[in-house]
Write a protein that binds this ligand. Structure first.
Ligand code: CA
Ligand code: CA
Length: 210
């Protein structure tokens, strides 16, 4: 539905309702209707009101860039942060985001990276059995070409937020990105991890207005 069509709906909606209500009153006043006619009119008004309400919500969502319930907006994206009891490994988390028409979040800029960190830090859950270890999974991998971090939104990481000593590709098997929140880590730093090593929290991202 085009913007023009949506505006027309918003303008016409009160007129249609008023028109229908006027007709309803005339019918009652004239005492020429029967109960079945009243029932039909009531049904039509109810259906019309529901259709207009759905159209209004679509206009609000698309024009203001609002996100679905339980998703948070930042710049042009919406984000979903997994609750502390929803922990998955990297591959599972990426698939889970797909089921929500989203992808495992990609920190395209330092500003976005810091935003994600600020949301995640208060919600972090320690990953047992390593004391003080907490992390959130992000949607980039260098599994195809060691050192080149390709992301699930088809971009390549173009800045550096690695924690000191990372990425270390430990045991030659760490090819997935995470926000490292272990005790004492600086804010918003990354670590490379094994895809199936940890069940951890994760962030899903999708564009606004879809
Ligand atoms: Ca992003
Ligand atoms: Ca590492």
């Amino acid at each position: 539905m085009s913007c023009k069509e949506r505006l027309m709906l918003l303008i016409l909606f009160p007129l249609l309702v008023a028109s229908s209500e006027n007709g309803f009153e005339q019918i009652v006043d004239s005492r020429r209707c029967n109960l079945s006619a009243l029932y039909v009119i009531e049904r039509r008004l109810t259906d019309l009101a529901e259709d207009m309400q759905r159209a209004l919500h679509q206009v609000i969502d698309s024009d203001t860039g609002m996100c679905p319930p339980e998703w948070l907006p930042f710049q042009s994206s919406c984000y979903w942060f997994s609750p502390s009891d929803v922990l998955m490994n990297w591959d599972e988390a990426a698939e889970h985001c797909n089921t929500m028409n989203a992808y495992l979040a990609v920190p395209n800029t330092p500003a976005e990276n810091m935003y994600l960190y600020e949301q995640c830090y208060p919600l972090r859950k320690y990953v047992h059995p390593v004391p003080g270890l907490a992390m959130w999974l992000l949607g980039c991998t260098d599994v195809e070409n060691e050192g080149t971090w390709v992301c699930l939104d088809n971009t390549i990481l173009s800045y550096d937020a690695w924690k000191s000593g990372e990425p270390n590709n430990y045991a030659g098997n760490e090819h997935r990105l995470s926000l490292d929140m272990r005790d004492g880590a600086p804010p918003a730093v990354w670590n490379d991890i094994i895809s199936t090593e940890w069940n951890a929290q994760f962030i899903c991202e999708r564009a606004q207005g879809i």
